[in-house]
Design a protein around this ligand. Structure first.
Ligand code: DGL
Length: 268
């Protein structure tokens, strides 16, 4: 059995490309369709009702492209929209939070885990609740680092100002016993080097997109839904605004032969 339909991924912006990269690596023959909702980015400061509305529009777009599964390459959409939307649509959907929480619990020895995420993800309490379901003895230290999204979107990761900002925001974590830090926003793996430089070798950084891709691959394999194509998959990227900056970040990050990058309009 095989299924040649593409895998869909969604995010508010370029952060989801960190998950696209992982899918290309682990499922190189699959076609991929990604949508980033740059027109409504950042999601992390929006009320839940808007995050659900905009995420629903991305899901409808991906379904119109005949995808066989959707990866929420966005923690904020996973926390706020996935529980509602998985009841509305039949297509299999995979969020990043459960996988990220499980990886971190497996990695920690001190039983202290840090989470950095958007304001909305931190306020939702989804990471601590999900971690507690796996192991309720673990202490979770959360920090809303919403402004890191802007650093990534404006391609300013390596500036002195950004490094100082990262140090100031993460300083409170230095007073804890964390040995594991969840990059709880898909934009943040683009700052992995800067975050690692500040936190040091003793803190393991967890990118939830990695385990989410493993979980998706396993599901598709078990259901006989992997493609039997032998050539490399096509990668189609779509953005709802900011085509030029999206394109340059996408090509920089993926360094990959992208089949198409489109500016699209969705919703009303
Ligand atoms: N990349 C997103 C996340 O994983 C959201 C960033 C934002 O739009 O605020 O949470």
């Amino acid at each position: 059995m095989s299924d040649k339909r593409p895998i869909g991924l969604l995010d508010s912006g370029v952060g989801g490309l960190t998950v696209v990269e992982e899918v290309i690596k682990k499922l190189p023959h699959e076609d991929i369709i990604f949508i980033g909702d740059e027109a409504h980015m950042p999601y992390g400061v929006r009320p839940a009702s808007e995050i659900i509305k905009y995420t629903r529009e991305m899901v409808e777009f991906l379904i119109s492209k005949n995808v066989k599964a959707i990866i929420y390459a966005c923690n904020t959409a996973t926390a706020r929209a996935l529980p509602t939307l998985e009841k509305e649509f039949d297509v299999p959907m995979f969020g990043v939070i459960k996988s990220g929480a499980q990886s971190a619990v497996a990695d920690t020895n001190t039983d202290d885990i840090g989470v950095i995420a958007t304001e909305s993800t931190v306020n939702s309490g989804t990471y601590p609740a999900t971690i507690a379901k796996v192991d309720d003895q673990i202490k979770v230290h959360s920090i809303a680092a919403q402004h890191f999204v802007k650093i990534v979107e404006s391609n300013a990761s390596d500036t002195d100002a950004s490094k100082a900002d990262i140090a100031e925001t993460l300083a409170p974590l230095k007073d804890t016993d964390i040995d594991t830090l969840i990059l709880g926003c898909t934009h943040f793996p683009m700052l992995e080097k800067q975050i690692h430089d500040f936190m040091g070798d003793q803190v393991k950084l967890v990118d939830p997109g990695i385990e989410t891709t493993n979980v998706t691959k396993k599901y598709l394999a078990e259901k006989g839904m992997l493609t039997d194509n032998e050539q490399s998959g096509k990668v189609e990227l779509n953005t709802t605004a900011n085509l030029d900056s999206f394109k340059s970040l996408a090509l920089d990050w993926l360094g990959y032969d992208i089949s198409e990058i489109n500016l699209i309009h969705i919703g009303d």
